[in-house]
Design a protein around this ligand. Sequence first.
Ligand SMILES: NC(=O)c1ccc[n+]([C@@H]2O[C@H](COP(=O)([O-])OP(=O)(O)OC[C@H]3O[C@@H](n4cnc5c(N)ncnc54)[C@H](O)[C@@H]3O)[C@@H](O)[C@H]2O)c1
Length: 137
Amino acid sequence: MTVLVTGGAGFIGSHTCLALLQAGQDVVVLDNLSTSSDESLRRVQALAGKPLVFVQGDIRDTHTLQQIFASHRISAVVHFAGLKAVGESVEMPLHYYSNNVAGTIALVPGDAAGRRVHPGIQFLLHRVWRPAARAYC
Ligand SMILES: NC(=O)c1ccc[n+]([C@@H]2O[C@H](COP(=O)([O-])OP(=O)(O)OC[C@H]3O[C@@H](n4cnc5c(N)ncnc54)[C@H](O)[C@@H]3O)[C@@H](O)[C@H]2O)c1
């Protein structure tokens, strides 16, 4: 199974990548490195003894997303790409809204048709992500 981990270079994402690799899964990371470094991914791969695919890009970049889904048979998406500094979010609410809310919407479009997406993803989007998104609102 190939898992797309957004924000995979970050704190929680990198630990998730390591656990996935150690569990025998293939991992594709999409991260713009806005609050992290690809050094974490180098260490993850060294610890796991297994490579992952790293795409440096923004979750709001639909062209990048389309390329990832066209190039890899993604079976699951774990979404950690987000900004989380409380003070900064008060100072720059629109920046946070764009990154976290618009970013999640860009990642979960209704037009998954045309992408090489496992049918189960559609089920997960409807049964898991939508209720989760409501919980965060
Ligand atoms: N750290 C915690 O204790 C904790 C607890 C609960 C929930 N969370 C949530 O989990 C998520 C990840 O937290 P973390 O601690 O790993 O944060 P982190 O800052 O270490 O990692 C976030 C990663 O997302 C990337 N990123 C941010 N915006 C992006 C974008 N638009 N496109 C691509 N990549 C982007 C960053 O470069 C970074 O690598 C956040 O949404 C956070 O609110 C964290």
